[in-house]
Design a protein around this ligand. Structure first.
Ligand SMILES: *[C@@H]1O[C@H](CO)[C@@H](O)[C@H](O)[C@H]1NC(C)=O
Ligand SMILES: *[C@@H]1O[C@H](CO)[C@@H](O)[C@H](O)[C@H]1NC(C)=O
Ligand SMILES: *[C@@H]1O[C@H](CO)[C@@H](O)[C@H](O)[C@H]1NC(C)=O
Ligand SMILES: *[C@@H]1O[C@H](CO)[C@@H](O)[C@H](O)[C@H]1NC(C)=O
Ligand SMILES: *[C@@H]1O[C@H](CO)[C@@H](O)[C@H](O)[C@H]1NC(C)=O
Ligand SMILES: *[C@@H]1O[C@H](CO)[C@@H](O)[C@H](O)[C@H]1NC(C)=O
Ligand SMILES: *[C@@H]1O[C@H](CO)[C@@H](O)[C@H](O)[C@H]1NC(C)=O
Ligand SMILES: *[C@@H]1O[C@H](CO)[C@@H](O)[C@H](O)[C@H]1NC(C)=O
Ligand SMILES: *[C@@H]1O[C@H](CO)[C@@H](O)[C@H](O)[C@H]1NC(C)=O
Ligand SMILES: *[C@@H]1O[C@H](CO)[C@@H](O)[C@H](O)[C@H]1NC(C)=O
Length: 458
C-alpha cells in the first residue's frame, strides 16, 4: 500500500478520525507563535449572492463536504510541494475539503493538470508561490493556443469551490524582466481555467502574475467574487499584459466585488464569451473593461454577446468601456501581438454606471485595433459586426491625454455597426469639454459632441 501523505478526517459522524500520521512539517507548524499549537481548521465556505444584478442561473450551492484533507508542506519556500498538493486533491476529490493550512508556505514548481476536480472545496488559508524557474515553466506550462496563452496549472472540472482568504503569488518579477529582454518569452497566466463548470472562486488574494491573472476558457456557470489583484514591477521593466480576467469560449460567468490594480485590461471578453455579468469592480491602472480584441484570426468567427457591466469605478486607466476589433487587413500591436481579418459579431453589450477618474478615453469603440494607418483600416472594413451596444450613466473626468475629447466611436464602415448608443454621459475632459471622435456612428445616438478630429486610439 502506498504511504498516504494526506491526513483524512472522516466527519460523516460526530467523531473525527485521523486516518494517517502527521508529519514533521505539520508538527513544526503546529507549534505556533509562542510554542502554542495553532489548531488545524477549515474555513466556512462563503455564501455567495450576485447583487444587485442576477445572472441567468443561480449561484451553485453544493451540499457540505464529508471529509477533510490537509496539504502537507516542506514549508521552506523553495522545495516543490506539488506531490503533496496532488495527493490531497486526489484524496479529497468527489466530496472532500482540501486545506492549505494557515501559517504554512507552499511552493509549486511543477505544472499541474487539475482538470479532474469534482465536488470539492479548496480552502487556501495560506500562501502559495510558483517557482521562478522560467526555463522549466516555458517548457512545461499548459498551452492554450489563443494569443499564445500558457499557464502554471490548468483548473477544470465540476462543482469546485475555492476560497479561504489566502494568497497565490506568481513570482512575476523574473518574468517582467525576462519579457523586457525578449518579447517572445512565454509568461504563464496565474489562474488558467479550461473546462470548469458550476464553480465559485472567492476570497482570494492574487499577486505578481507573470501575465494575465485569469484566463477562463471553456467555462460555464462560474462565479468570481471578492478577488483582490495587484502586482507591480520593482525594476524599470513594467509588468505588462497583466489583465485581470480574460474570458474565452465561456458563458454564464459572473465577476464581482473585486479590486484590481494591474497593467492591462481589467476584464476582457475574448472570442465566444456570452452571458457574462460584471459588477461592483474597482479598477486602477488598467486598460478598462474590454470587448476584444476580436477578429484577430483570419477564418475564425468570434462572438461576444449578452454582456452586462454594472457599477465599475475606473481610476488611472487608458479606457473605461472599450470595444476593440482588428481590421480586415494584417496589423500589429507589437511583434508578439498581430492579427486581423477575422469575422464575427458583438451584440447586446451594456456598460451601465461607470465612474471615470483620470481615464484617457471614457469610451472607446475601435474597429481599427493594431492598425495605426486609418486610411488602410477604412479601405478594408472589418467583417465583424457591432450591434446593440449601450453605454449609460458614465460620470467623472478623463485625463489630459486626448483632451478635448473624452471618447471615440470609430467603426470601419457604417454597415457593420448598428445601434451603438451612449446616454447619460456626464464625463468631461480636464478643460470641461465632452467631445468625441465619431466615425460611421450617428451623432443622434450619442450623448457626446461628435467631432471629426482624430486624435488616435489606445
Ligand atoms: C529564484 O528563487 C530561488 C529560490 O527561492 C532564489 O534562490 C533565486 O535567487 C531566485 N532567482 C531569481 C532570478 O529571482
Ligand atoms: C476548449 O474546448 C475545445 C473543444 O473541446 C478544445 O478544442 C480546446 O482545446 C479547449 N481549450 C481551449 C483553451 O480552447
Ligand atoms: C465561436 O462560436 C462560433 C459559433 O458557434 C464558431 O463558429 C466559432 O468557431 C467559435 N470560435 C471560437 C474561437 O471558439
Ligand atoms: C458599487 O460598487 C462598490 C464597490 O466598488 C460598492 O461599494 C457599491 O455598493 C456598489 N453599488 C451598488 C449600487 O451596488
Ligand atoms: C493605483 O495605481 C497607481 C499606479 O498606477 C498606484 O500608484 C496607486 O497606489 C494605486 N492606488 C491604490 C489605491 O492602490
Ligand atoms: C441582453 O443581455 C442581457 C444580459 O446581459 C440579457 O438579460 C438579455 O436578455 C439580452 N437581451 C436579448 C434581447 O437577448
Ligand atoms: C492614480 O494614480 C496616481 C499616481 O499614479 C495616484 O496618486 C492615485 O492615488 C491613483 N488613484 C487611485 C484612485 O488610486
Ligand atoms: C505569438 O503569436 C504571434 C501572433 O500574434 C506570433 O507571431 C508569435 O510567433 C507567437 N509566439 C510567441 C512566442 O510570441
Ligand atoms: C496608409 O495606407 C494608405 C493606403 O494603403 C497608403 O497610401 C499610405 O501611404 C499609408 N500611410 C502610411 C503613413 O503608411
Ligand atoms: C481644451 O484643451 C484643448 C487641447 O488640450 C484645446 O484645444 C481646447 O481649446 C481647450 N478647450 C477649452 C474650452 O478650453
Amino acid at each position: 500500500m502506498r504511504f498516504q501523505l494526506t491526513t483524512l478526517f472522516a466527519v460523516a459522524s460526530a467523531t473525527v478520525a485521523v486516518a494517517s500520521p502527521t508529519w514533521a512539517a505539520l508538527a513544526a507548524w503546529a507549534k505556533g507563535p509562542g510554542g502554542q499549537p495553532a489548531p488545524l481548521h477549515t474555513s466556512t465556505r462563503p455564501s455567495i449572492s450576485c447583487q444587485p444584478h442576477h445572472p441567468s442561473q443561480p449561484p451553485p450551492s453544493p451540499p457540505p463536504r464529508n471529509r477533510v484533507c490537509y496539504v502537507e508542506s516542506h514549508n521552506d519556500g523553495v522545495t516543490d510541494d506539488s506531490t503533496y498538493i496532488l495527493n490531497a486533491l486526489h484524496s479529497c476529490n468527489n466530496g472532500g475539503h482540501v486545506v492549505f493550512a494557515e501559517g504554512l508556505k507552499y511552493t509549486i514548481g511543477t505544472a499541474l493538470d487539475l482538470t479532474f476536480l469534482e465536488h470539492i472545496d479548496i480552502d487556501i488559508q495560506s500562501y502559495i508561490q510558483f517557482t521562478n524557474d522560467t526555463t522549466y515553466w516555458q517548457a512545461n506550462s499548459f498551452k492554450f493556443i489563443f494569443q499564445n496563452v500558457t499557464s502554471f496549472f490548468k483548473l477544470g472540472g465540476n462543482d469546485v469551490n475555492i476560497y479561504g482568504g489566502g494568497t497565490i503569488d506568481g513570482n512575476g518579477q523574473v518574468w517582467y524582466d525576462l519579457y523586457a529582454a525578449n518579447i517572445y518569452t512565454l509568461r504563464p497566466v496565474l489562474i488558467g481555467i479550461d473546462g470548469l463548470h458550476n464553480s465559485i472562486l472567492s476570497d482570494l488574494v492574487l499577486r505578481y502574475s507573470p501575465e494575465y491573472y485569469h484566463f477562463v476558457a471553456n467555462a460555464t456557470n462560474v462565479i468570481f467574487d471578492n478577488i483582490n489583484i495587484a502586482g507591480h514591477s520593482t525594476s524599470i521593466n513594467v509588468a505588462k499584459n497583466t489583465d485581470g480576467w480574460d474570458t474565452y469560449r465561456s458563458s454564464g460567468l459572473v465577476i464581482q466585488n473585486s479590486v484590481i490594480n494591474n497593467g492591462d485590461d481589467c476584464v476582457s471578453f475574448k472570442p465566444n464569451s456570452t452571458d457574462i455579468l460584471v459588477q461592483n469592480l474597482w479598477c486602477n491602472g488598467s486598460h478598462g473593461i474590454s470587448v476584444g480584441s476580436l477578429g484577430q484570426y483570419k477564418g475564425e468567427y468570434d462572438i461576444v454577446q449578452n454582456v452586462y457591466v454594472f457599477n465599475v469605478s475606473m481610476h488611472n486607466t487608458t479606457d473605461g468601456g472599450r470595444i476593440k476589433v482588428w481590421p480586415n487587413t494584417p496589423s500589429a500591436v507589437s511583434g508578439d501581438l498581430q492579427g486581423g481579418g477575422g469575422s464575427g459579431m458583438v451584440k447586446n453589450i451594456t456598460y451601465d454606471t461607470m465612474l471615470i477618474d483620470n481615464v484617457d478615453y471614457a469610451i472607446e469603440v475601435d474597429q481599427c485595433y493594431g492598425q495605426s494607418n486609418l486610411t488602410l483600416c477604412l479601405e478594408f472594413p472589418s467583417p465583424l459586426t457591432i450591434t446593440d451596444v449601450l453605454f449609460k450613466n458614465f460620470n467623472g473626468k478623463t485625463s489630459k491625454k486626448y483632451q478635448p475629447e473624452i471618447g471615440t466611436f470609430a467603426c470601419s464602415s457604417a454597415t457593420v455597426c448598428n445601434n451603438i448608443v451612449a446616454s447619460g454621459i456626464n464625463v468631461v475632459s480636464p478643460n470641461g469639454t465632452n467631445l468625441a471622435y465619431c466615425l460611421n456612428v450617428p451623432q443622434a445616438d450619442l450623448d457626446v459632441t461628435c467631432t471629426t478630429e482624430y486624435l488616435g486610439f489606445n
